[in-house]
Design a protein around this ligand. Sequence first.
Ligand code: SAM
Length: 445
Amino acid sequence: MTSEIVKRYSAPVPRYTSYPTAPHFSDAVGHKEYAAWLTALTERARLSLYLHIPFCDAMCWYCGCSTKAVRRYEPVANYLQTLMAEIAGVSSRVPRTHRVTHIHWGGGSPNVLSSKHISDLAEGMRTHFNVGDDAEFAIEVDPRGLSGDRIAAFAQASVTRVSIGVQDFDPKVQAAINRLQSFETTKRVVEMFREQGIAAINIDLVYGLPHQTRDSVTRTIKQVLALEPNRIATFGYAHLPSRLKHQRVIDQSTLPDVVERFAQSNRLVDMLAAAGYVRIGLDHFARADDPLSTGPVRRNFQGYTSDAADALIGLGASAIGRLPEGYAQNSVPVADYERRINEHGLATARGVALTPDDRMRAFVIERLMCDLLLPATELRRRYGQSAALILEEAAALIEADQDRLVERDGDGFRITPRGRPFVRTIAACFDTYLGAEQARHSLGV
Ligand SMILES: C[S@@+](CC[C@H](N)C(=O)[O-])C[C@H]1O[C@@H](n2cnc3c(N)ncnc32)[C@H](O)[C@@H]1O
């Protein structure tokens, strides 16, 4: 593929972990609207819980997540109390007959919690929500300094899957992102989780980091494959220094350009395919026997998931929930989150109520991001006559496509292998909100 094509389709676009995307949330949705949405959940609703822990031991300079470094434990302990109050407040509003099928603790680094607090939080969750025996329980961890007693506490809490942040094993890259993490440390942590019976291991990698090259990516992948993870996520580095102050420490001149990023991503894809991993959507890879490879795939704020719940409940500062009526996000600054929980029992600061057009476009964008397919028949079945609008837009896109990024499939289309790296850019053609704020997003490749 020519570098011209790569440059043409690499304009900044959203990652489409939701539609409408978070920049389009407003304060029209607050705690009152959210409370009504929770109460309106159906009696048999299957729920997914996302808990955000916005703390780390130290800040990594590439980090795009909502977190801050803490030296003392006190702010973490205070936050945990508030989180427990929110769990109680939210659970009192949802129908008692719900069932939780999926739990995710993200961050930040949930392993900043002490082992006692890991147990307390897991127990608090199970006391207030009806967590099914077969619920998946996933956590994100920073393996550096992760102690055996915390791993044991996660196992005791019935965690089933762990995502371990690696990013890159090259010392020069690690120095440039302030994240020194040896292969040996990572390997030991993987082994300890397995010894404790937490068998589903995900590894997170990033390409496009400072000083990264195709060779460093190759070396990292070889080491990662030696750990035999069940899933590997490969994120393109999102460099947004105007929004994220700590990223300004990264010397822009050391970042690979868009063509090199593209080559690194291709190297990852080729090596993981050769090792037998199934590529999921844009940037995830899973073993052939993993639920992501064998079953339907959804897209949510954590990326790709097998979670088929009817609603996602976000708990903690900055957490986003998706209810049948729309999206609701908690306040991002921890102090404001805590104030809101103390005042209202809920901390919703913004969100968006979905219009019929939003729902239809959200379906189209999610299917493109997951299946690389715009399924015309299913679209008509769900949205009736309104589907004609999308199918007209799809026809115009097929017509305008000079680069064989898509091919017709009935009245819809399928993204070709050549178009796959540009799936976000293709999905963006169906996003009616895109416009002036485009520069807030990261590169499309
Ligand atoms: C929400 S973070 C939590 C991980 C955990 N704190 C750790 O230390 O590994 C999950 C993953 O997001 C990815 N990530 C974080 N910042 C990113 C950025 N600026 N661009 C792309 N991916 C990023 C990294 O792969 C990271 O492991």
